[in-house]
Design a protein around this ligand. Structure first.
Ligand SMILES: [Zn+2]
Length: 132
């Protein structure tokens, strides 16, 4: 069974194109300054459509995480255990992301991570790497 992958839409294509070139991109509202990721056509704070794309420096801290021991579908059974983390990025947006190294990775709330990319079936997906 092949792994389900994200399907870029008109709103998210620029984000996924960035991943393919090693850039983590996010949106900032030119009207109110709010930053957001998941990409949308409107600002999640003020609903203006005047959104700009920016490149993240890739630095963040773990807000929370979970270790997945039971695969949600057969496509993930060879990957368990793995970690999914919520990461607060230094630019102010929040990212849900897999953690490199799987379930054996030592991780803690507040841990510094850097976002890199992992290629799966031709698609670059963000993943967090623990910083010492
Ligand atoms: Zn706004």
């Amino acid at each position: 069974m092949s792994r389900p992958l994200p399907r870029p839409t008109a709103d998210t294509r620029h984000f996924w194109d960035g991943c393919a070139t090693g850039e983590l991109r996010y949106q900032r509202c030119a009207h109110c300054g709010e930053v957001q990721l998941i990409p949308r056509s409107l600002c999640s704070a003020c609903q203006h459509a005047d959104l700009e794309w920016h490149r993240s420096g890739g630095q963040g801290r773990v807000l929370s995480y979970t270790v997945v021991h039971r695969a949600p579908t057969p496509a993930f059974k060879d990957e368990t255990p793995y970690i999914i983390a919520l990461v607060d990025m230094s630019e102010g947006f929040r990212l849900m992301v897999n953690v490199r190294g799987g379930g054996a990775t030592p991780l803690a709330i507040g841990q510094s991570v850097r976002i890199g990319f992992r290629e799966i079936e031709g698609m670059a997906l963000p993943e967090a790497q623990v910083l010492e």
